[in-house]
Design a protein. Sequence first.
Length: 646
Amino acid sequence: MSEEVSSGSADPHAPLQAPDPTQATQQTASLDQIQSMLTAKDDTSRLVGLALLKTLLDNSEELRNDAGTVVSIWESISPKFLDRLVKTGSSTQSAQKDAKNMVDLAVSVIHVFALLLPDQSKRDKRLVGRLPLLVSSLLQSSEETSKLIVQTILTLVAFPEGAKSFLEVEDVSPLVEIAPSNSSALEVFAFSWINCMSLVQDRTALKTKIDGTVQALVSTFKGTDAVTFLEFLGKFLRNADPKALPSSPKWVKPTVDFIKKLLTSRPTPQARNAYTIAAASLLEVYPAETSRLLFTSDVKEDKPFSYLFITLLLTDTRATLPRLLELLNDSAYPAIAQRLGSSFDITTRFIGYLVRSLDDEMSSPANMIMSADFLLKIRRVVAETMSLTIEFLRDRWDASVAGTFGLHPDARIKETDTSMGKMLTISWESKKDNIHEDPLILAAIRALSLWLREDDNDLLRKEAAGLMDMLIDLYKASSPTRLDFRAPILVGLEGILVEKAGLEEFTTHNGWGALTQDLLAILQRTSTVSDENEAARAIEIVRILLPIVESEEAGSREEWMDLVTSVAAWDAPEVGQPLVVQEAQVAVLQLTTALLVGAPEGMKRRYIHSTSAILGIAARLEKHVGADHTLRESLVDVLQTLGSFR
């Protein structure tokens, strides 16, 4: 047979003629014969070899699973020949049937090797170098071949080399054009961009590429429901490095318009999920512009869009939360939790925007985002949802730690050896996700905490006081390397501790110990590291603890005074530091001063050496505070107050 094939054209640049597929599939050829054809000099042999190879791979599972042989065959195929097949097949000058056959064959071969080759070979230029022509041939290919092309590209951009090669493709408009009918095209963009974010040193070109492509996608999706586009954008923004994204892109507004149109057109569950996650992602990456577009309504509207939007989100939340606990170990839980978490995130942004707009209203009533009657309605909706959220968090926490309310921490779940291996003792917790690692819990606490602080609702704050054990435990378990609950919990405590019930629960669960331990750790780190985020948290801690100290009628408690001893032993830095770090350090001194002021006379005398040490610390910090410094008055007050005790 090889002799017959070799009688074909010996000119490698002669016009290609597609082989008869029926004749090719009827022939039986050994692997050696096929490889011989693939390495032949004439195009006809190569073409027949590819056709026979495709048939052999389709019908031989043993061959597909033989990685070594697959690599050997792939290395027998000329990449340039594959490129010429795709080029010739895409040319309008070629005979229509032959052109279709050649593109179909070349794409199917590349596709099968993209699936079968070991990962290392998928990274090689021999394969990823085919990406530019695959993209350019999309629109000239049949629907089935276009799907194979997109699948192939998607497989390759999952690797850094493929992502980088795809990024270098100048014209991706064919992929943009088919995106409304093939959502995998959108995944190609997401995978390639995210993979490139950690590869490229100069992100300017990447930002430009992302900006231009998303803008083109927005234009392509006009006239559609844009559900798949919103799914893509929400997922991409959520996983992207914000520093690699374009700033203030023009496509934010039309994307918000997609969300508004979808929300007001009886959306399906898939559509609700898409616009919820997309809105949350936009608010996270572009908070100022997206908040204005989503939450500022036209005065001519009968119902403000922001009212409709938040009401629908919270209605879904209230309908879903009661049955969520039973879905913890269900495969549907991650998707549901992501949607609800996004709803809570949007609500948090809305509350913040609402509070700011109400503050601005004093100067300009036009800045109000909705009329007073709608504000009252939405306040009731949010309050009802937050009450249900408290119930959910209580049940979720009880399920995670013991399965019963109030069980002592020492009696909580632990592993025990059984005949079936190590098992958890008493817990209804998720098999996969610990509550400390569940983003939904963080999102719920963040929204609840902000509402507790900003809304004067005594009943809700009393309800939230029942979560104190959970809040303190989550606070202590937080760290920068996992979900960090500390900042939102501090916000919530500002509201809860206004109530007597909140103070009682805070004392019962040693909230003082948890917060002062964190405060001292931050203080120690400020001696060597200027972490402004941690310093800001220290200021929040003092803001919470100081009113507790000042309102204690019996004076400072003995167990509180350990903080004075620890601060007195702190080695204050000799050099100046950022303002927020200095503010945190001075705030700690103010707290210790308040403790000493509230201490009985006998206790003051016992802490005279600590008082002297803190005076020395204050004097050292004063060296870096000028006469007109914003912290000078606070430091002078500390020095004068403590000096009066000596």
